[in-house]
Design a protein around this ligand. Structure first.
Ligand code: SAM
Length: 273
């Protein structure tokens, strides 16, 4: 377990993921109280001036988000969250999914985040102090979320593994399929890196084979996928995407590709399953 999200916090991929998570949460809240299950929670809040150091990734991500003069509404919503955490300006603090969601919870909503790495679990617990409806817990998030989803109606599930283990793709697909087989009204969002298309195609085939249901893929590529050793882009794959998700994803991925990508950047939103 070597993965430390603090080295990547606030990069372009976090912006894609977190802007879409904010939209998904708002959309779901419009239909009543929601339980969010976050399989891979991380530390909750990141101090970009701290131990993880202010990475080039954050400079190329959240720093550019905050200095951009042209932010469409769903990108602006994320910028507003970053601004709220940095009342004196700047981008020292960046929210992980736990704090982003905890701040948006309404009465009756619940957030449960799972974190396998004990020191990170402690940071998560500390970050969530003050939000009684939001809790972190230790243990495996794939199994934890499947079990927790069985006692909920129409939960929103976020799956955001480090992809440092070869089985993360398979387990993500199986977790999504298990949740929606039990509750076809559940919505699942899975983040993946985009290095080469072969790996990602394999993941989509897994989801299809697992009969996970309707699949919407939102892709933001910063450059052509010519170097598979690099994270050339990322995706958010939605199972049972709610109505409006296609337009929301196009707005978010379109902004990220156009603003943070190079000349070969592009955004695409497509359906499978
Ligand atoms: N979702 C977070 C966010 O958006 O701020 C970032 C999560 S980070 C990409 C992945 C985290 O998952 C790491 O903190 C890692 O320790 C944790 N992790 C790895 N395998 C896990 C597992 N099987 N169950 C729960 N957490 C796990």
């Amino acid at each position: 377990m070597n993965y430390r999200h603090s080295f990547h916090a606030g990069n372009f991929a976090d912006l894609v993921k977190h802007a879409l998570v904010l939209w998904l949460l708002k959309e779901r809240q419009a239909r009543g109280p929601v339980t969010v299950l976050d399989t891979h929670a991380g530390a909750g809040l990141y101090d970009l001036s701290g131990d993880g150091a202010r990475s080039k990734e954050a400079e190329a991500g959240v720093a550019r988000l905050m200095s951009s003069a042209d932010r469409p509404p769903l990108i602006e919503a994320l910028a507003a969250e970053v601004a709220a955490l940095n009342p004196d300006g700047g981008t020292r603090f960046y929210p992980g999914s736990p704090i982003l969601i905890a701040r948006a919870l309404r009465s009756g909503d619940v957030y449960r985040g799972f974190e396998l790495n004990p020191p990170v679990e402690l940071m998560l617990a500390e970050a969530l102090t003050g939000w009684p409806n939001a809790t972190g817990q230790g243990g495996d998030g794939y199994d934890g979320a499947v079990a927790a989803a069985r006692t909920e109606t129409a939960p929103l599930i976020l799956i955001d593994p480090p992809f440092e283990r070869p089985d993360d793709y398979v387990r993500s697909a199986e977790t999504a399929a298990a949740v929606v087989r039990h509750d076809p009204s559940a919505v699942v969002a899975i983040w993946t890196p985009l290095k080469d298309m072969e790996t990602f195609d394999g993941f989509i085939r897994r989801l299809e084979q697992a009969k996970a249901g309707r699949i919407l893929v939102a892709e933001a590529r910063l450059r052509p996928l010519s170097n598979p050793m690099k994270m050339n882009g990322c995706t958010m794959t939605l199972v049972n995407a709610p109505s409006g998700a296609e337009a929301a994803a196009a707005e978010i991925c379109g902004w990220v590709a156009a603003t943070l990508g190079d000349a070969g950047a592009r955004a695409e939103v497509w359906r499978a399953g």
